[in-house]
Design a protein around this ligand. Sequence first.
Ligand SMILES: *[C@@H]1O[C@H](CO)[C@@H](O)[C@H](O)[C@H]1NC(C)=O
Length: 164
Amino acid sequence: MHRVHWAFTALLGIGSFGFCYAGPIHAQCKVDWFFGIPCRVVYESLVSQIKKWTTSSCMAGGQRCLYKLQSASVHFITAKHTNPDKRHVEDINFRLVSYQFFASCHVTAMSISETWYAIKDHGTNYCNLYNLIEGSHLTQSRGYKEVTSEFLCTQRSTANCTVY
Ligand SMILES: *[C@@H]1O[C@H](CO)[C@@H](O)[C@H](O)[C@H]1NC(C)=O
């Protein structure tokens, strides 16, 4: 019992250490997504969704516009997203890694605000990434799973991706 308690305390210690020293200065978001479909399909869905949303008219609502593809290979996609208010730009990237003999795909996605003072982002960095996954219907794909947290994504819990 004693040992279990010690381990728990140690874990808490590491947790708060991480929180104090690794807290984001720029608003940012890191999400892991798992799909039971090949990375090539995930890649094609994401790239075509980014291209669909390059328009500056945000008619589809919220922030589903003003994306710009920077580079794309089946393992790594980079893009920029500008907020409709034109003042905030986020750098986003997706790293795709196959597993289960190419039947499944693990995607690590990052979004970081370019402006250092954008510390409160109303979940924009999360929505930036999530909207692409949702818009391309990858949320409905076989084996879909999301792993993230409030710590990894600024203001994720209060994010409303219809707006942001
Ligand atoms: C998100 O914002 C939209 C538009 O303002 C609103 O209709 C919707 O109820 C909001 N959703 C949540 C979960 O707050």
